[in-house]
Design a binder for this molecule. Structure first.
Ligand code: GRF
Length: 194
């Protein structure tokens, strides 16, 4: 079986990365991770990648004078790894229009809300403050507009009166770890596309 060669972009703890790594351990899973790229050198996800024997690279956005130059360096590292597909997993940088157009249909993200509600940062806090009773997460193709591309999968969680940002974040993350590998599988099997 030829597997979809995938790079994963991270900035932090990388629990979604871990879910993807674990899924890729299954011989039947139709994707493999060729590179984990972080813009932060202390991202714990880098350790997860190393533990799994996956190549890593740190590209610090602060070393570049423009978003396009940073994105061009990422593009090069992704291509050098042999990847043909990119998963953003807690990658906390906006991407340039150049990069999102170049990778359109081959670049996906996970967001901790039921899009199109609560785009941007602190989505769980936004949901609690609004008072919605159902929250969740969304995987979607990435376009230039933030958190706005075509949706691949969503999962829901109920919000209880006792929920805090911390408890809601944990409940949503559990669902994220299910739908991210499922979404990558759908795409790799040609069952979902832009
Ligand atoms: C997740 O909630 C994801 O939806 C959001 O950033 C968080 C990353 O968490 N984009 P992790 O690094 O995968 O643990």
């Amino acid at each position: 079986m030829s597997k979809l060669k995938t790079a994963v972009l991270i900035s932090g703890s990388g629990t979604n990365l871990q879910a993807l790594i674990d899924a890729c351990k299954n011989p039947d899973f139709p994707a493999q991770i060729t590179l984990v790229l972080s813009n932060k050198k202390d991202a714990y996800g880098l350790q997860r990648a190393k533990d799994a024997g996956i190549d890593t690279i740190v590209i610090n956005h602060k070393d570049f004078s423009s978003r396009e130059e940073f994105d061009a360096q990422m593009d090069k590292a992704i291509l050098d790894s042999g990847a043909e597909f990119v998963c953003m997993a807690g990658f906390m940088r906006l991407l340039s229009g150049w990069f999102t157009k170049k990778w359109q249909g081959k670049l996906i993200n996970i967001h901790p809300s039921l899009l199109p509600s609560f785009k941007g940062i602190n989505a769980q806090k936004q949901a609690l403050e609004y008072g919605v009773k159902i929250a969740g997460c969304t995987t979607h193709f990435v376009t230039e507009e933030m958190d706005a591309g075509p949706i691949i999968k969503q999962a829901t969680v109920n919000i209880e009166n006792s929920d805090t940002v911390e408890t809601l974040t944990a409940k949503i993350l559990e669902k994220e770890h299910q739908i991210y590998p499922e979404s990558l599988r759908l795409i790799a099997e040609g069952k979902a596309s832009f």
